[in-house]
Design a protein. Structure first.
Length: 114
């Protein structure tokens, strides 16, 4: 989706993390480098028997919002919080929505800032 919108592939990078909880940390480091215009976080959090996943999902969401506000760059995320992997498999195309969100936010910010 980003390339379809004219973003060169070499301007996009993928940073794999061990789990969704690390997405805000890596996103913050990337944002702090001031070499990026936007971030997209993709992940899956599966609820287990202890409801620990709920806490992780809440904190990941909060971390991403904090980064957006602190660095004033779009940080779209499609971190699926599901009961079973099957539910996540049905929604694997959500990255397209995140890309569209980032592109829309970038355009809106440029409009406001100019």
């Amino acid at each position: 989706e980003l390339q379809k919108a004219g973003i060169p592939k070499e301007n996009c990078s993928v940073h794999r993390v061990s789990g969704s909880f690390e997405i805000p940390l890596i996103g913050s480091e990337l944002a702090d480098s001031k070499s990026i215009d936007a971030l997209i976080g993709l992940g899956i959090i599966v609820e287990g028997e202890t409801h620990h996943a709920s806490l992780i999902a809440q904190q990941v969401c909060r971390g991403i919002m904090d980064i957006q506000c602190k660095y004033r760059i779009p940080f779209a995320f499609e971190i699926l919080y599901v009961d079973a992997i099957r539910q996540a498999e049905e929604r694997l195309d959500r990255g397209k929505e995140a890309a569209a969100t980032v592109l829309h936010s970038l355009a809106k910010l440029r409009s406001i800032r100019s």
